[in-house]
Design a binder for this molecule. Sequence first.
Ligand SMILES: Nc1ncnc2c1ncn2[C@@H]1O[C@H](COP(=O)(O)OP(=O)(O)OP(=O)(O)O)[C@@H](O)[C@H]1O
Length: 257
Amino acid sequence: MNDMLLRVEDLTMAYGRKLIQRDLNFDVRRGEVLVIVGGSGCGKSTLLRHMIGLQVPAKGRVLYTGPQGDQDIATVSPEAQAQLRQRFGVMFQAGALFSSMTVGENVMLPMELFPGAHDAGSAEQRHQRAEEKLALVGLSDQFDAEPSSLSGGQRKRAAIARAMALDPPLLYLDEPSAGLDPITSDQLDQLIRQLRDEHQRSIVMVSHELASIFAVADRALFLDAQDKTMTALGPPRELLEHGPERVQTFLRRGKAA
Ligand SMILES: Nc1ncnc2c1ncn2[C@@H]1O[C@H](COP(=O)(O)OP(=O)(O)OP(=O)(O)O)[C@@H](O)[C@H]1O
């Protein structure tokens, strides 16, 4: 199917003998924001790490769909895995920028690591491309800034610009609004919607923030810490009305917050 970017199939995740989540089944569609929701420690970041091929499933698979057919990110050849990795950008939880480099150099880094993945062959082209990405996240005047001089929200934006350096169709964001005040967090939600609507990116993000879930999610995937499996998947407003009771309670708290 053309509008599907990847499919998670019967995925079971574990650390050694410790089961984290089992039997996860869902897809990620082109142009959607899918938010992964669940209590602390239920396995949201672990799921992202499986989706980007940093961890190998205990069972099941993560399949990327494309011209070559379905490719299992955990079992393809290292060359094919490197290719698959160019289809997505990642912002990890800490959103860390390298403090020894300027903001612009941070954004150029993926271009230097994957020189074949883009048309920015020369230093000048890379510079220009990084400036474009910084402009896109509202940081056009910060190219030469030291990361330590940025605010928390600006640092997240710069990390998103870096994740977009190679123009991947898909972005993974692990708790982008963690640690931000509500206004900065709202602005980040706006940026996420803009990336989807104006730049046709698909976004998979982890979030605890209920306001964010309603603000950006086309669909929310609920992972349950007790049942150790997914309990709901759908548009948050639908789940608020028709989801399982525990999910409705969680979302209602969010509406009240
Ligand atoms: N490398 C590891 N080895 C063993 N256990 C781990 C490892 N990383 C995480 N865990 C455990 O796996 C479980 C899921 O962790 P994970 O970080 O994926 O949860 P999370 O839902 O993202 O949590 P949070 O919302 O607090 O960030 C936790 O119990 C955690 O302690």
